[in-house]
Design a protein around this ligand. Sequence first.
Ligand code: HEM
Length: 84
Amino acid sequence: MAGDPYFLTDLIVDCGVFYLFLEGTYSCPGKRLALMTAKMVLVYTVYYYDFSFTLGEDGTAISRDKCDKVILYAGPLKCSFQKL
Ligand code: HEM
């Protein structure tokens, strides 16, 4: 619907998808830096560590327990890392 800022919500096909940078009212000027840093952390972690969720962790709390107070606070995510 033209002029309706919320019409894009009609296009969402999977509500389980979670994209951090679309949270909140403002846009994030640090998005590119954050994504580049996250990629480097991920690459080094996969390369140097064996990792898994801790007992009882299923990966849902990081989104379910998030708190948006201008700065977005993610919920907990408990993982264990074993250096290879
Ligand atoms: C994984 C890392 C990051 C995530 C998930 C993230 C996410 C976000 C989100 C969702 C917002 C909007 C908040 C709202 O409207 O309530 C925001 C705002 C902002 N972010 Fe980020 N951000 C990240 C990293 C960074 C970095 C690295 C910088 C700076 C170097 C940065 C600077 C800012 C600033 C200044 C704002 C406020 C913009 C405004 O008020 O107009 N962020 N961020």
